[in-house]
Ligand binder design. Sequence first.
Ligand SMILES: [Zn+2]
Length: 232
Amino acid sequence: VVFPIAALEQHGPHLPLFTDSILTDEIVRRAAARMGGRVVFAPVLWLGNSDHHLDFPGTLSASPRTYLAVLNDLAENFLRHGFRRLVFLNGHGGNDIPAKQAMFEVRQRHRKRGDLLLLVATYWHLADPAARLEKFGLRQSQMAHACEWETSMMLRVAPQLVGDFRRVRPTRTKGAFASGTRAWVTRDRTKAGHLGYPHAASIDKGEALLQIFAQGVVEFLERVIAWDGRSW
Ligand SMILES: [Zn+2]
């Protein structure tokens, strides 16, 4: 069973609050169409850990510990219903660490079981569009926020919800302390709420990215299905 997890949070001056949930839903829709009936997809959880965006209006967030508890509880629900292969499919950066921590906790609680496959995967880490940067004319080499990649995909999925992205100024994505991890609130990095190069977005890039990401999810789920139930 795949449990898609996303968010409802500010996405700069030009994208809707529901961006992460809309995009996760679209990638799930495309992947599900190709998996036949072999995978159960739960509805997208729109509530994510978005505390770092709370200075911007509209953001609705579960605080990190609340979110950990929600994911733990829902994972327990899936196990109670008999699922043994559970994938949290993530579509929001702030969910990455709590999702991994929640699955870690579930595994420790059920440590005697040998039949569980508990996985967390963020969709943009399952494929590497940057390897084809030139082919698609991408400016960014990685996912940012309300950026070239997200804006492009939103132009493809729900163009009526995209504002005037061409006038949005680029914002740096990497800081001086990469690859260390610096704790941040969004205000530290951007006044307008986005990170990256939204002005470089296009519908064609959006379709290419959606295809690449859906393909990454399909390939990952094929590995989950093919697992022999024992091996590491
Ligand atoms: Zn987003």
